[in-house]
Every structure is written in C-alpha cells, then in structure tokens.
Design a protein around this ligand. Structure first.
Ligand code: GCO
Ligand code: MN
Length: 336
C-alpha cells in the first residue's frame, strides 16, 4: 500500500529555542515546499501565520505545479500575546470573538488551499496555577466557538465543508491543558451541535500520548472505534518529559510497529504526517535528516508489519499466552 507522507513546514526551522539562538538559516515557505518534494513528501502542513490568506493563492499554484497538497491547515492560537491565557476558550469575550473571526478566516484560506483537514490544537487553553480557570466554563466557550465556526463552514461551503480534527495535548505550553487526551477530545466532539458532530474528529500525536504515559495505539483504536481518526501526527518521545518531537519509532521500534500494524488493520487511508523538531545540533545540510529518518523508519516497519501473521497473533491472544506473543513479535522485528 502506498502511503502519502506529509510534514509541517514548521519542522524545517532555524533551531532557535528558549535556551539558544538559531543554528541554521531560515527558509522561505517556497524553499521548504521544494525541499519537502525532493525528500519524497507529497503533503505539507501549515499555520495561518506561515501561509497567510494573502500568500495562499501563490502557494497553491506552487503546490499544484509541484503536485503537492496541503494535508493540514490550522489557525495559530498560541503565538500572539493576545492569546496568552487562551483563545477560543478565553474568559475574555473580546478575545474569544477575535479568535472565532481568525478561525473563520483560516477556514476560508483552508478552502483556497484545498486543505484536507483543519486542525485545532489546544495550545494556550488551560491554566498554570491551582484555581487558575473554571474548566466547565471554558469548555462551554470552546463548544460555542466550534459550533459558530462549523456553522460558518457549512453555510458558506456546503458539501465542501472541511473536516476538523482536534489535536489534544496534556501540558506544554500550559501546565494543565483543556482537552488533554484523545478521549477528552472525542467526548468534547459529542457536546457539539448534532448537525456537525460527524465533522469533528481527532489528530492524535504520539509524543502527546507518551508524555502522560498513555499508549498511542490504544488512543488511535479509540478514535477508530468512534470513526474519528481524521489525521495522525507521528513522532516519538522518551517517556514523560517535555515534548521532544523525535523521529517516528526512533525511541521505541516495537511500539512503532504496533502503531503501523494498527493503522493497516483498521484500514487507515489518511495522511501519514510527521510533527518534528530537528535537533539544534543538526547543521544546515542536515536540517531535514529528521524527516528522512521518519520516512525510512515508517517504510521499514511497514514492511515488517506486512510479515506479521495475524492468525498467529489471534491464537496467542485467545490462549492468553502474552509472553509467547511478545517473543513472536520480537522474532519478526529483530530478525528483519
Ligand atoms: C506541539 C503541537 C503543534 C501542533 C501544531 C498544529 O508542538 O505540541 O504538536 O506542533 O501540532 O501547532 O496545530
Ligand atoms: Mn502536532
């Protein structure tokens, strides 16, 4: 099966962080699109401050010429200081109104770019200190904002209304974030106007599940069960710590194999998309190594997943022989 690979344009960055200045030059969006094409990606992802509404028609032309697509488009609700204490779910009605307007403009631009999914990442929605926010109130604001944006899309674009995927994250940048897990995001989707509930799914990210000790495969299985796996952000993470955005399966190959096997087993037909942060030590000519690593790991593990004998796996499961199962999986993985 041929997979469509995509990566965020933010994954090719100059390497500046809270703790150190840039170690690489900054590339234009056009340069990044061309570089991604060369790497073998067929999709890009972007925020509304990376591909603005003004840039969109030109960028769309370049994408068409290079036979690339926008896999994901999203409103940036975390960078601007007006969103320091939240955007769509802010306690401040003026901020919420501005955020909803920004979301409607992002929907318009997503249509110009013919993006496949509109993602909502929970960014600055949350609190840093005890008693910091009334979560019930905040979820209500978020629900109202979603309903307004979904209504806008349905009214203006009818059948072409774009699917929305919520990307949950438990913490970072806030200490406790609203919609921390895949389960929370799916439950939230059922609080929306029933006319639009089927339009809203999830975009689970490997690192975001591992950060709080959750199992990514269980998260995507839950999303499959609810028909809500609209998109995926693959990467890896070394247990509960800050969000690392490491190459997919670079830390845990067996879990990577399980993720791919789960995607295949459940007939996932969407984008295989990577959300990454290249190491600051990667110099100019190594800046896209992390994307290469993801594609190589995915392809290698995908070939191994095809060699798995599902009848055998089911027999081990039925017999409750989980050490036998683990030895079988190791034998397929490690003899590859
Ligand atoms: C993170 C998030 C973001 C989002 C992106 C798209 O850094 O924790 O993963 O990278 O995926 O902003 O909404
Ligand atoms: Mn992500």
């Amino acid at each position: 099966m041929a997979y469509k690979f995509a990566a965020g344009v933010w994954c090719d960055n100059p390497g500046a962080s809270r703790f150190g200045e840039a170690t690489r030059t900054a590339r234009t969006i056009e340069e990044r699109i061309k570089a991604y094409k060369k790497l073998g990606l067929s999709g890009i992802e972007a925020h509304d401050n990376e591909i603005t509404s003004k840039m969109a028609p030109e960028i769309k032309k370049l994408l068409d010429d290079t036979r690339m697509r926008v896999a994901l488009y999203t409103a940036n609700f975390f960078w601007n200081k007006k969103y320091t204490n939240g955007a769509l779910a802010s306690h401040d009605a003026k901020v919420r109104k501005e955020a909803v307007e920004q979301l409607k403009r992002a929907i318009d631009t997503a249509h110009v770019l013919e993006a496949d999914v509109l993602v909502y990442w929970n960014g600055q929605e949350g609190q840093d200190v005890a008693f910091g926010k009334d979560g019930v109130e905040a979820l209500g604001y978020l629900r109202d904002a979603f309903n307004e944006a979904l209504e806008y899309d349905a009214t203006n674009y009818g059948d072409k209304a774009i699917p929305v995927a919520i990307e949950p994250k438990p913490n970072e940048p806030r200490c406790s974030m609203l919609l921390p897990t895949v389960g929370d995001a799916i439950a939230f989707s059922y609080s929306l106007d029933p006319r639009y509930q089927a339009k809203v799914g999830v975009n689970p990210e490997v690192a975001h599940s591992i950060m709080v000790g959750l199992d990514y495969t269980k998260d995507i299985e839950t999303a499959f069960f609810h028909n809500k796996l609209f998109h995926i952000h693959l990467n890896d993470q070394e247990g509960p710590k800050y969000d690392q955005d490491l190459p997919f399966a670079a830390v845990n190959a067996k879990r990577g194999l399980e993720i791919i096997a789960c995607l295949k087993h459940n007939g996932y037909g969407g984008w295989v998309s990577f959300d990454l942060n290249p190491l600051r030590t990667d110099a100019e000519d190594k800046r896209n190594n992390i994307i290469k690593a993801c594609m190589a790991n995915f392809k290698t593990l995908s070939a191994i997943a095809d060699r798995l004998d599902w009848n055998k796996i089911k027999r081990f499961r039925r017999a409750g022989d989980f050490s036998g199962l683990d030895m079988y999986i190791d034998s397929v993985l490690l003899s590859a």
